[in-house]
Ligand binder design. Sequence first.
Ligand SMILES: Nc1nc2c(c(=O)[nH]1)N[C@H]1C(S)=C(S)[C@@H](COP(=O)(O)O)O[C@H]1N2
Ligand SMILES: [Mo]
Length: 259
Amino acid sequence: MLRIKSLLIPGVDKKLLVKDATKLMPELSRRRFIAGGASLGALTLLTGCDVSDSFSAESMLTRISKFNDGVQAAIFNPNAMAPTFSEKDIRRPFPFNAYYTEDEAPNIEGKDWKLEVSGLVQNRKSWTLDELYKLPEVKQITRHICVEGWSAIGSWSGTPLRDFLKLVGADTSAKYVWFRCAEDYTSPLDMPTALHPQTQMTFKFDDKILPRAYGYPMKIRVPTKLGFKNPKYVVSMEVTNDYKGGYWEDQGYNSFSGS
Ligand SMILES: Nc1nc2c(c(=O)[nH]1)N[C@H]1C(S)=C(S)[C@@H](COP(=O)(O)O)O[C@H]1N2
Ligand SMILES: [Mo]
C-alpha cells in the first residue's frame, strides 16, 4: 500500500513561500526557476536553508532578496556544485524515508547481490560487491532534500558515477542512466547529472558500510537533485536513450527535480 504523507511543513505555507521567493528573484533566475518546476526543494538547495519552520523560511527569503547578477550565473546551472558541509553538521541518526516503513526495507545479502550493468555500454556485466569496493572512494558531506518537507546533512562515500561510466565504456551521449532497485522502485537520471562530479555510487554512510535503512549495499547519491532521485538498494543500471519513468516521476513529480 502506498503511504501518502503530508507535503506541508508545519508553520509554513509551501505554495506561498515558493510564490514569495519567485517574486524576489532577479529575472533570469526567475525564468529558470519556473522552468525547473519552481519547487521548494530547489529553493532549499539554492539558499542552504532548511525550511522546516517559519524562522528559516524568513531567512530563505532574505537570502533570495540579496541575489545579484553574479549569483544568477551559477543558479540552476546543471554544472553547479552542491554545497558541502563539515562533520559537525551531520544529522545522527539520519532520517529514513521510503514508500514503506523501515522494517519493510529490502534486506539484501551482500554476497548474493550483484549490480547488473546493461544497455549502451561496451562492457555489459554484473559486478559483485567485492569488485565494487575496490574502486576509488570519495567522501562527500552534503544536504539531502526530500519533497516531503524535510532535509538533513549526511556523509556519503563511494565512487563518482562518471568514473564508473567511463570504466564500463558507457555511451555518454545517451540520454539517461536508468536505475532499478530491489523493490519496485525505479529512477531515471539525465546523463549530464549522471556525469556531474558529485554524483556518486555510494557504499558507505558516515564512514560505515551503508546500513540497510539507507540502501545497502548500494545507493546513488545525487546531491544536486531532490531525495527521490537518489535510488537505494540499486540492482541494475542501464544506459539508454529511452525515458523509462520512475516511481515518483510516474506520479507527477518533475524528472529534472534539482538544481
Ligand atoms: N529503492 C528506493 N529508493 C529510494 C526511495 C524508496 O522508496 N525506494 N525513496 C526515495 C526518497 S523519496 C528519499 S527522501 C530517499 C531517502 O533516503 P534515506 O532513507 O537514506 O534518507 O530515498 C529515495 N530513494
Ligand atoms: Mo523523498
